[in-house]
Structures are given as C-alpha cells and as structure tokens.
Design a protein around this ligand. Structure first.
Ligand code: ADP
Ligand code: MG
Length: 263
C-alpha cells in the first residue's frame, strides 16, 4: 500500500531524517483556563521523534485544546511547551516559523474555498518558506500524488469529496515540511465510506516515520498505527500506555467506562 508507487511519482522523503529517539514535543505542567473553566490540568507529555500518539477520551476532556496549545492557536496559563527543544515564542516571525514546524489537520477541512487545490498547497511554502513558485508547485504535485489527488489539482475545494479534501489538507500541512503532525479528529466529519482513504494516508505517514499526535475515535487505526495511547478525561491525562496494554488492561475506571462505550 505504497501511495508513491501507485502514483508513479518519484519519492522525496516526507521525513527528512527518520532517526528516532529525541523529544520533539514536550509539555510540562501545562495549565489552561477558559475563564473559570479549568480545561488542561497539569499536562505532562513527551513525544519522541518518530512516535505516533493517539489521544482518546470523552468529549470535552480537553483533547482539541491540548492540540491547539501545541502550535499556539491557544495560549497557556502556566507550564512550558517545547518543540524540538525550543520554547514557543509569544508572537511575530519566530512564532510563524515555529508554527510551520507543526502541521495541523482539523475535523473540518478548512481549505481556502476560493483557491484551487494546487494553490491551497503552494500558498504557505511560498509565503512562509519563501519557496519560488515552480519549486512550490513541484513539491505540491508530488504531495498531492502521494495522497492520491494530483488529478484534482486545478479544481476548487467544493468540487472534491470530503475524503479528497481532507487528503488535500494533509498534503497542504506536509508541504511545510513539519517536524510533527497534529490530527484533530480528521475523519469525524466524513461520510463513512471516506474514512479509510484518509486513515490509509495517516498509516502511510506513520510508517514513513512521521512524528504524529492524532486525536481520533478510530480504534482500528489506534491499534494499527499508535506507539502509545494517551487517555484524557476532565482536562487530565489519566493513562499513557501501548495500545495492547491500554485496550487489554485499562488502569482507571474512567478508561474502562470509556472503552466499554466505544468498543
Ligand atoms: P475535546 O476536544 O476533548 O472534546 P475541547 O478541548 O474541545 O475538548 O474542550 C475542552 C473544554 O473546553 C470543553 O468544556 C469546552 O466546552 C471548553 N472550550 C473549548 N474551547 C473553548 C473556548 N474557546 N472558549 C471557552 N470554552 C472552550
Ligand atoms: Mg475535540
């Protein structure tokens, strides 16, 4: 199931150096409030290079907020977040360049509706990475081929299916050559028959050594691709374990209860 082989486009590695081991994302004692609502409570999480994390937990437990703090779409009230050893800057050019190292794919496809598929993918590399147009388009076509939508490059987002749009969103994030990819329920808004075409791309990325944090209810994907399951409830990380251990021997009542409802 090699995307590249299917498309016949020569491969450039998605993950420049797939050596693994060192911490790429580190959250230490992270606290976050929305007004009086305490949404992240003493979050401590380390994601090593090449690791695939699947984050699960009941609705409202803070999964999305945690993802959004990692590329600073949300501020935190205390604690520390580091990407590849560097603290998240407050704002400005430094923040933009650090944010570029964290690719994010959301539940809603949020492609730019008034731009072609190709332009959606080339926009940020040209603006933020200062790539020239030809180079950016070459990279974009390569990535669109990898996710199987290169034949749609000149279309507008509304002409594509949800599954195709979400694969474009993945290609768009990859075009920035991120060090880590965040996925926040990327298949939740899709018609059921389109879920697998997106999960297949994610599995492929995982196999290529991409560092990934995936919020998802797709337990088949979790078992297949995750190195570690992170279980959140009420703003806390309650368990972190291998899929086998987590699914066979959940430690907390909250996790047992959650699993009994979804499995
Ligand atoms: P999850 O992704 O696990 O469902 P969220 O991170 O979206 O959880 O939300 C955690 C809590 O924070 C929920 O109670 C939610 O209502 C609240 N929340 C999320 N975003 C905001 C916001 N921008 N303003 C106020 N409350 C928010
Ligand atoms: Mg969420």
């Amino acid at each position: 199931t090699n995307i590249t082989a299917q498309s016949g486009v020569p491969a450039t590695p998605l993950v420049p150096d797939s050596g693994s081991g060192h911490p790429l994302v580190e959250l230490t004692h992270v606290e976050k409030y929305f007004g009086d609502l305490h949404v992240l409570k003493d979050i401590n999480l380390t994601v090593n290079k090449g690791e695939v994390l699947v984050v699960i937990g009941p609705s409202g437990s803070g999964k999305s907020t945690m993802c959004r703090t990692i590329n600073r779409l949300e501020t935190i009230d205390s604690g520390d977040i580091r990407i590849d050893g560097k603290a998240l800057p407050q704002e400005g050019r430094e923040l933009a360049s650090l944010r570029a190292e964290v690719g994010m794919v959301f539940q809603s496809f949020n492609l730019f509706a008034n731009k072609t598929i190709l332009d959606n993918v080339t926009l940020a590399p040209i603006k933020v990475r200062h790539m020239n147009k030809t180079e950016a388009e070459h990279l974009a076509m390569d990535l669109l081929a990898r996710v199987g939508v290169d034949s749609q490059a000149s279309k507008m987002p509304s002409q594509l299916s949800g599954g195709q749009q979400q694969r474009v969103a993945i290609a768009r994030a990859l075009a920035m050559k991120p060090k880590v990819m965040l996925f926040d329920e990327p298949t939740s808004a899709l018609d059921p028959e389109m879920v697998n075409e997106v999960l297949d791309v994610m599995v492929e990325l995982a196999h290529e050594g991409m560092t990934m944090i995936c919020v998802t209810h797709e337990m088949g994907f979790a078992r297949k691709a995750a190195d570690r399951i992170v279980f959140m409830a009420d703003g806390r990380i309650l368990e972190q374990n291998t899929p086998d251990e987590f699914f066979e021997h959940p430690q907390t009542e909250r996790a047992k209860d959650f699993l009994s409802k979804i499995l």
